[in-house]
Ligand binder design. Sequence first.
Ligand code: MSP
Length: 469
Amino acid sequence: MTKKFYITTPIYYVNEPPHIGHAYTTIAADTIARYYRAKNYKVMFLMGTDEHGQKVAQSAQEKGVSSKEYVDQVSKLFKETWKNLGIEYDNFIRTTDPEHIETVQEILQKLYDKKLIYKGEYEGLYCVGCEQYKTKKDLIDGKCPDHNKKPEKVKEECYLFKLSKYQEKLLNLIRDGEFKIEPEARRNEIISFLKNEKLEDISISRKKEKVSWGIELPFDKSHTTYVWVDAFLNYLSGIDWPSAEFKQFWPPDVQLMAKDILRVHATIWPALLLALKISLPKKIFAHGFFTVDGQKMSKSLGNVIDPKDLVKDYGSDAVRYFLLREFPFGADGDFSQEKFLERYEADLANDLGNLVQRVLKMVQKNKVKVIKKSAKTLEGTEKDIENLDFKTALDKIWDIIITANQEIDKAKPWELAKKDVKKLEKFLNEWTEKILIIANALASLLPLTSQKIKKQVETLEIKPLFPKN
Ligand code: MSP
C-alpha cells in the first residue's frame, strides 16, 4: 500500500502582499513535500489564503476597492509568488471558495446541534492585527506587542464555543505525545500554559453589522463566523472533508507555522477536532520568527522583502538556500541583504558552482569517460529532512562540497593530466560521483540546482550554476 503524507502551512492573510516571512514556512513545507514525493508517498501539500475578517476588510477599504475584488487580487499575488519560488503545492484553498464556505457552515451547524456552540455575550479586548481576543497579560503597556496597537474593547452578543471543556483532555494528549508539538521548548510552553491558565469558552462569531466580511452562521444569519474558526477549517475543507480523499489523507502528518500562531493551533484547533470527533494532527511544528536587519519586518519601517525581487536577481534556489541554511528551523533568525549576498557568492557560486564547473571542465577537456548517474545520496541528510532539520542537512552537504574542493586542490589534476592519466581518470570518476551524490542530496532542498547539476553531468554543457551579477 502506498503511504500518504499530509502537510500544511498556515493560510496567509491577504491584508498584505506575500513577503519573505510567508516564503519561509512555504519553502520548508515544499522541501518536505518534495522529499516524500520522491520516496513515493502520496503527498498532499495544502496551502492557501485566509480572506475573511476585519483586518482584510480594512485593507480593502483603505485601497478603495470591494473586499471581494481586493482578496482576488492579493490571493493571486500569493499564487504568483509561489510559482516564482518553484513551490509545488497540491491544493490551494481560499476561504472565499464556495466549497470551503459550505464546509464551515456544515461543521458549525453540527457543533451547534451538539450544543457545543451556544449563544451568549463576550466582553474583551480584541486585536485586529492578530484577529484575536487578548487578556491584560498578553499586553505590554496596554498594547499588543506584535502589532504595537491598543486592542479595541468589544462587548456584544455572540455565539461561544465550549473550549473550556477540552482543557484537561488537551493537556493529557500533549503530555502523552499523542498530539506532538515541536520543538520541545514550544511544547513545554504550551504545557505550562494549559496547566496554569484557564481556557475560557471563545466567541466564534461577530454581529454582522460589526464584521460583515465573513461567513454567515448557518443557524443565525445576523452573525458572521470568527475568522480563526473559518481559517482552521481549511485543513478539513482543503482535502474535501468528509469525502474519500479526506479519509485517504487525514490526519495531517505535520502542520507547519511560526511560533506566533502556535497557541491557537495547540488549543482552539485541536479542541474543534475533539468536538467533531476527528482525530488530531500527528504533529504541529512551530519554527522561529526572523527579523530583517535586526528589526521586525513592517511596512512603516519599509523593510518588507518581496521574495520575487530576490528570485529575479538570484534565482529561487538562492532564496531557498539562504532561508534553510542561515538559522536552524526551530530558532529565530535574521535576514539581511549582505548576509544573503555573502552566502550566494561564497557558498553557492564559489563552493558549489566552482566544484561542478571545474570537475566537468576537466572531464570535458581530457575526454574522460565518467559515471553519468548515481542513485546514492548523502548519509544522514534524509533523516535530517525528516526531522525538519534543514540546516544540518545543508551543513553536511556543504562539508562534502568543501572537502571535495580541497581534495582537488591537493590532487593537482592539471599536473596529473600530463603524467598519470589513469589516476586522473580515477579521480575524475570519484569527483563526478560526489557531484551526483550532492545533486541527489539537494533534490528537495534546491530542486532546480539539483536538476541542473544532473543535466550538466549528462550533457557536459557546462554553465555557471550561480552566475555572479
Ligand atoms: N491567517 C493566519 C493563519 C491561519 S492558519 C489556520 C495567519 N496569517 S499570517 O499571514 O499572519 O501568517 C503568519 C505565518 O506567516 C507565520 O506563522 C509564519 O508561518 C509566516 N511568517 C510570517 N512572517 C514571518 C517571519 N518574519 N518569520 C517566520 N515566519 C513568518 O496568521
